[in-house]
Design a protein around this ligand. Structure first.
Ligand code: PLP
Length: 427
């Protein structure tokens, strides 16, 4: 974690655990690095807010000039609430209902459509409108099978070979196709994948097919190192090849187009950690199991993607290292943050930092076992600020009861014992 351990300890003392911490200065650095890596006048960075929708992060990226890649009405309203104008948002949801399309069209954001079926329905209802089209780049890459989006085995994007069908619909309904889009996968492992996907999209992005293009959007997927054997990719080097390829494409297209990317992980993953406290140490014959006060619903990547997150014992960093399974507090055997991991000797009440947790961690969270999500704290210019308060169990249960049909908090005394009623309703 980029923040010093005395800052993390102070945060845990003030705000308790489990708590997510985000280093806003690091996010700014990552953004500026990305900008410098792709020196193209029309470079646009559309932050994939699915990675982390924390309002302080969104506001920071807005002030740096980012656009937004939104994937649901919730994403869209959140981005707008944090100051993003409709003209700075692209809407790339998949498998939308008709009413979702109508809802989004009222906001004026640019719609990005990734299937022929949706395109036909859209064209009939919204002829003559500006539109972006998502093609499947036919390149398969990504750091886990669940996050590879290219190739004909996934649900994403229109196949390149269907371009003639797309053109027929567009012509019949006078659609103005202003952008073409692709996203190959998350955590692209092979350096050539981005270039190969770009070339495949460029092969259909001709003046003849799409005379109104304003930009090409090549998605996200810029890998960050998580495991000890992984190294940071030098995107300044990759960026030179990408810009050269794009520049020669623009020459043949006859217009300097916008070059759009949608990084998520690259901007935020390394800038976050989850602070947890150890409450139980158990020695099971050959295994030492360390129990913490968080669990997989609050940070699911290890369980869901077998992802590696580096874990530091910031209360006892200098001691000898012991092998641990680091577990959560959820009633599931698979509730592990790390297995057979060497970590400085852990004692009960020690504070652990689960690192590289700024992307797809809080955002993928849930309340399984009815444990509320952690608090979120941001650090900027040395200032520690609570960004989102921790929900208590009482808050959580009351909100569920309020949303439930048939049980209203006002009737709780009929359904619950007196002590529970006192706690929740305070009457
Ligand atoms: C369409 C699209 N764009 C961008 C991203 C961001 O990917 P990453 O966080 O790997 O940069 C995703 C991730 O799933 C995506 O689906």
């Amino acid at each position: 974690m980029s923040l010093a351990s005395h800052i993390l300890k102070k945060i845990a003392e003030t705000h308790g655990t489990p708590t997510y911490v985000y280093d806003i200065d690091r996010i700014k650095e990552r953004y500026q690095y990305f900008q410098a890596a792709f020196p193209w006048p029309g470079l646009t960075i559309c932050y994939a807010m699915k990675a982390n929708y924390n309002p302080n992060i969104l506001r920071t990226l807005r002030s740096l000039g980012a656009f937004i890649d939104a994937v649901s009405p919730g994403d869209l309203y959140m981005a707008m609430a944090c100051g993003f104008k409709a003209s700075r948002i692209i809407y790339t949801a998949n498998n939308m209902k008709d009413c979702e399309v109508d809802e989004i069209m009222k906001t004026g954001v640019l719609m990005n459509i990734g299937s022929l079926s949706r395109l036909e329905k859209y064209a009939a209802k919204y002829p003559g409108t500006r539109l972006c089209l998502r093609f499947n780049p036919d390149v398969v890459d990504g750091e886990h099978d669940k996050i590879k989006t290219g190739g004909d085995l996934t649900k994403f994007g229109i196949l390149l070979e269907d371009v003639d069908k797309v053109l027929r619909v567009a012509r019949d309904h006078k659609l103005k196709i202003v952008g073409l889009h692709e996203h190959t996968g998350s955590g692209l492992i092979k350096p050539d994948s981005i270039l190969n996907s770009m070339k495949n999209i460029m092969s259909v992005a001709t003046q003849n097919n799409f005379p109104n293009l304003e930009f090409l959007d090549f998605g996200g997927g810029f890998k960050v190192p998580y495991g000890p054997d992984e190294t940071e990719i030098d995107y300044k080097l990759v960026g030179q090849d990408i810009v050269a390829l794009f520049s020669s494409f623009c020459d043949s297209y006859g217009k300097k187009l916008g070059l759009y990317f949608e990084p998520g992980k690259f901007l935020t993953a390394k800038a976050g950690c989850l602070l947890v406290e150890v409450n139980t140490i158990k020695t099971n014959r050959k295994k030492t199991i360390c129990g913490t006060d968080s669990g997989f619903p609050q940070l699911i990547r290890p369980m869901f993607y077998d992802a590696y997150h580096h874990i530091e014992n910031i209360s006892n960093p200098e001691s000898d290292k012991i092998e641990y399974d680091i577990c959560g507090n959820i009633c599931e055997t698979g509730d592990l943050f790390a297995k057979n991991r060497l970590i400085s000797r852990i004692r009960e009440k020690d504070l652990l930092s689960i690192n590289d947790a700024g992307a797809y961690c809080y955002a993928m969270g849930g309340v399984y076992n009815l444990r509320p999500m952690p608090a979120e704290v941001v650090v900027e210019n040395g200032r520690i600020m609570l960004s989102r308060r921790r929900k208590t169990s009482e808050d959580l249960i009351l909100s569920i009861l309020e949303e439930s049909i048939g049980i209203h908090p006002g009737q709780l005394n009929k359904h619950s014992n007196e002590a529970c009623y006192q706690t929740l309703v305070g009457a």
